[in-house]
Design a protein around this ligand. Structure first.
Ligand SMILES: Cc1ncc(COP(=O)(O)O)c(C=O)c1O
Length: 393
């Protein structure tokens, strides 16, 4: 009989188990909401990227259903063959106006937008200057491009400047950062990095996945927050987080977008969004314009919860956004904190190596606009109880 060629995976899984790092998927039994049934238990949900509660907003649901009735459930093709519907074009026009750029192209996910763009615009002759904590989709895009990758310490503008200045004149180079860092919730130093890009002729790229819908006027992102419109050549946003649906996009010049239509592999080789997703995202942009007060509610909740954690004495790192890490040290401790919180009715996912450094494991919390103060206070009370038990405070 043939022996199982994948048997080594069991050894790897046993290693994870012995380190307390093996996870089973948590299953949501209902809607993605502030309090929701997960694994058969009603819990306060502090693990969703649904910043504004748009996953269940009535207008988005209504527009999605109407689009299904009108156009069906699928697009039937990749964008470059028969899968570009007028509603895809309408969404891109709306996103370009939202981001104040000449053009936008939508991808199937934020991951595809980052990986597809970086790998399309660079070759092995080029150099990428990248923050050490940039998202995995940027890292994969960098690897796929085969360009040389030079990593600078987190948010260290001077280090990025030194790397850029040391490169030969005429070297094509990309300077790339997250707008909001997904595991730490801190904000990229955009004005400083834009200055480096201008001094040294770098292409400047910002991944605003966690900032779109959260920072800037009506949620336009960190480029708007810092007032650096026109200084960032490539902006990436996601439609999967604050926008409440699924997808990613690249905003920039007409030439950039035209080039990506021809060379970005996820655009060329993977089917486009169902029309209902495009309709949902257009409705989300309407909500951002018409109900900016939900963004104010998100920030009020963020301030309340972050201050509560800090008052209790937790180490919340350098967060400047609704993402607040609660540092726990080793991976197994973060997982224990997460498991005990869940038992007490709070879902906050533990995050360990390789997503973060081995000694920087944490529970990551994200509040949304739709949490009530009672829900957040309940969560804080459970953090206090479990934090004392595990001697984190
Ligand atoms: C910083 C960052 N960029 C990109 C992505 C990918 O976005 P999406 O979930 O739409 O693929 C994520 C999602 O985890 C992210 O945190």
């Amino acid at each position: 009989m043939r022996s199982d060629p994948l048997a080594y995976l069991n050894t790897e899984l046993d290693n994870l188990k012995s380190q307390g790092l093996h996870r089973s998927l948590r299953i949501l039994d209902g809607r993605q909401e502030a309090t929701t049934p997960i694994d058969g238990k009603s819990v306060v949900n502090l693990s969703s990227n649904n910043y504004l509660g748009l996953t269940t907003h009535p207008l988005l649901i209504e527009r999605a259903i109407a689009a299904i009735r009108e156009f069906g459930v699928g697009s039937g093709s990749v964008r470059t063959i028969a899968g570009t519907m007028e509603i895809h074009m309408e969404l891109e026009r709306r996103l370009a106006a939202f981001k104040k750029t000449a053009a936008v192209v939508v991808f199937q996910s934020g991951f595809a937008a980052n990986a597809g763009t970086v790998s399309a615009i660079l070759t092995k002759e080029d150099v990428i200057i990248s923050d050490e904590l940039n998202h995995a989709s940027i890292i994969d895009g960098c690897r796929l491009s085969r360009a040389a990758i030079k990593v600078f310490p987190h948010k260290d503008v001077d280090a990025a400047r030194r790397i850029a200045h040391a490169l030969p004149a005429g070297q094509r180079k990309l300077l790339i950062t997250d707008g909001v860092f997904s595991m730490d919730g801190d904000v990229g130093p955009l004005p400083g990095l834009c200055a480096v890009a201008e001094e040294t002729g770098c292409i400047m790229m910002v991944d605003d996945a966690h900032a779109s819908g959260v920072f800037g006027q009506n949620g336009r992102g960190t480029i708007d927050h810092f007032g650096v419109h026109g200084r960032v050549d490539i902006q990436v946003g996601t439609l999967s987080k604050a926008i409440g649906a699924l997808g990613g996009y690249v905003a920039g010049s007409k030439a950039l977008i035209d080039f990506l239509h021809h060379r970005a592999r996820p655009f060329l080789f993977s089917t486009s969004h169902p029309p209902s997703v495009a309709a949902t995202c257009i409705a989300a942009l309407d909500v951002l314009e018409q109900e900016p007060q939900i963004i104010d509610r998100l920030w009020a909740n963020t301030r309340f919860f972050k201050a509560g954690l800090q008052r209790l004495g937790f180490d919340t790192g350098m967060s400047e956004s609704p993402i607040t890490p609660v540092m726990a040290g080793e991976g197994s401790r973060a997982m224990k904190l997460s498991d005990r919180l869940f038992e007490e009715g709070v879902f906050a996912q533990g995050i360990a190596f390789p997503t973060v450094a081995r000694d920087r494991a944490r529970v990551r919390t994200i509040v949304t606009a739709t949490h009530t103060q009672d829900e957040l206070q309940f969560a804080l009370d459970q953090f206090e109880k479990v934090g004392r038990e595990l001697e984190l405070i």
